[in-house]
Design a protein around this ligand. Structure first.
Ligand code: CA
Length: 479
């Protein structure tokens, strides 16, 4: 009994001695886990074969962790060949690096775009200045065929043409020329002084007294004050021609109104308006591009066709409105053109077409007639001349002419606000005589006067204004 007790006491004593010399360390290992280390002296060996004990390893691990923490807090890097960063830390760092890199790229891209924007703004400003400079620069003069004559009195004609106007989108055909920068009043581009702004000095030849034609058509007794339907809105409308077809053909009805602005050298646009109201408002429903350019203000409309003189020629053209193509083309024999025998205001009004109750007419002159007005009745289909009359009135001495019931009437002045219809020539009798029917050029630049046999009115184009005149027809006053 005593021996076991002694052994236990010895054991406890030895254990107590061992516990007195035992030690415990606690610290994180390389993987960050908590590691407990106990050391107890060896009862047999006095020294260990290794130099560093576990406590040193623990200290190293703790030191490494501290270094990592310090490095993180200071934002720097630490090179620990023995201790690597944990995976989440690496991922975080990589994400951070990627984000920083992307931010730098975006910053560079933003700076590049800002530089590009500055460049574009600079170019825009340069273009604006260039446009301004071109606007202020006078148009270069075109080489004239003959030395340029004094331009038309209205200084607005010197302004450059600005384009086809706001209705270009209504074109039914492409504009094959495209360039309209050279548009000019044909009168002052090629004209000579002899055809410009001539004063209307009537050189009429005395004629026998008037006679009635006996057809029911009256003779012109009076012309009312002009009614203004529309003021054109740009230089292209300084002068022109407007018309209604007295025998309209489908697809266009009798109310359709047609208009050609004739300022310029390449006149091809024919504007169509559903009625007078639309004309007054300036809303065309149709714009046709004519295959051949127009000359003068002598065009007319009849039985579904536009009749006009081709530019710089004596060629007459019948343009069919329904097929939008040329239906007939014929030269008007010996007719002067392009300033040879115009009306007094010039404008290459050498050949004036007219329609009345009896059909289609041409008013022109020839060398043989020495500038006197010649009247031709034309076949509306073929444009063949059926018959001609030679009057005794000099064409360039009158402002314009129109035909009512086979009788030619001339207007003395295109500028005088109070002028007269000063002559009548009756094709039925081949006789003419002087008249004195008052006529007003309200806007003082009347470039076109035509009779409409359905409306029984005169249509005219007076200095940007589309006007009409009511008429009174009746028995002529006895002379
Ligand atoms: Ca006329």
């Amino acid at each position: 009994m005593f021996l076991p007790v002694v052994l236990c006491v010895c054991g406890l004593l030895m254990q107590g001695e061992a516990q007195d010399r035992a030690a415990m360390w606690r610290g994180n290992d390389r993987n960050g886990r908590c590691q407990y280390t106990f050391t107890v002296p060896s009862p047999a060996e006095t020294t260990c074969p290794q130099n560093a004990g576990p406590e040193v390893e623990g200290l190293k691990a703790r030191l490494s962790l501290l270094e990592v923490l310090v490095a993180r807090l200071s934002g720097g890097e630490i090179k620990t060949p023995q201790v690597s960063q944990s995976r989440p830390q690496n991922d975080l760092q990589e994400s951070l690096n990627r984000a920083v890199g992307e931010r730098n790229l975006l910053q560079a891209e933003k700076e590049r775009l800002e530089r590009e924007l500055e460049g574009l703004q600079r170019r825009l400003e340069e273009m604006r200045r260039e446009t301004e400079r071109l606007r202020n620069k006078p148009c270069p003069a075109q080489p004239p065929v003959v030395p340029p004559s004094p331009p038309l009195q209205d200084s607005t004609l010197r302004r450059p043409a600005g384009g086809f106007g706001p209705m270009s989108h209504l074109m039914t055909r492409p504009n094959t020329r495209g360039d309209i920068s050279s548009l000019r009043d044909s009168a002052w581009q090629y004209g000579s002084p002899g055809f410009q702004e001539l004063k209307a000095e009537v050189t009429e030849v005395p004629a026998p007294g008037g006679t009635e034609d006996g057809t029911g058509c009256g003779e012109l007794v009076s012309v009312a004050e002009p009614v203004t339907h529309r003021k054109t809105d740009n230089i292209m409308g300084k002068y022109g021609v407007w018309m209604q077809d007295p025998e309209a053909v489908s697809p266009y009805g009798p109310n359709m109104v047609w208009r050609i602005d004739t300022v310029g050298s390449e006149i091809r646009q024919l504007f169509g308006y559903d009625d007078m109201d639309q004309l007054s408002k300036g809303f065309p429903s149709k714009v046709l591009l004519l295959p051949d350019p127009v000359e003068g203000t002598g065009a007319t409309m009849y039985r579904g066709s536009l009749y006009y003189q081709r530019r710089r020629s004596r060629t007459l053209i019948r343009y069919d409105l329904s097929s939008e193509s040329i239906a007939a083309r014929r030269e008007l024999s010996h007719a002067g053109f392009h300033g040879q025998f115009p009306y007094s205001w010039g404008g290459y009004t050498d050949i004036d077409l007219a329609v009345d109750e009896q059909g289609l007419w041409a008013i022109y002159s020839t060398t043989k007639a020495k500038g006197a007005i010649v009247i031709a009745q034309l076949d509306p289909n073929s444009l063949e001349v059926r018959k001609t009359w030679e009057t005794n009135i000099r064409k360039n001495s009158v402002a314009n002419a129109f035909i009512i019931c086979g009788k030619l009437y001339t207007v003395a002045s295109y500028t005088s606000p109070d002028t007269t219809v000063n002559y009548v020539y009756d094709t039925a009798t081949s006789q003419g005589r002087a008249l004195g029917v008052p006529f007003k050029n309200k806007y003082r630049y009347n470039s076109m006067i035509d009779y409409n046999p359905v409306q029984k009115k005169l249509f005219a184009w007076d200095n940007f204004h589309i006007v009409s005149y009511d008429l009174r027809l009746g028995r002529p006053q006895a002379k």
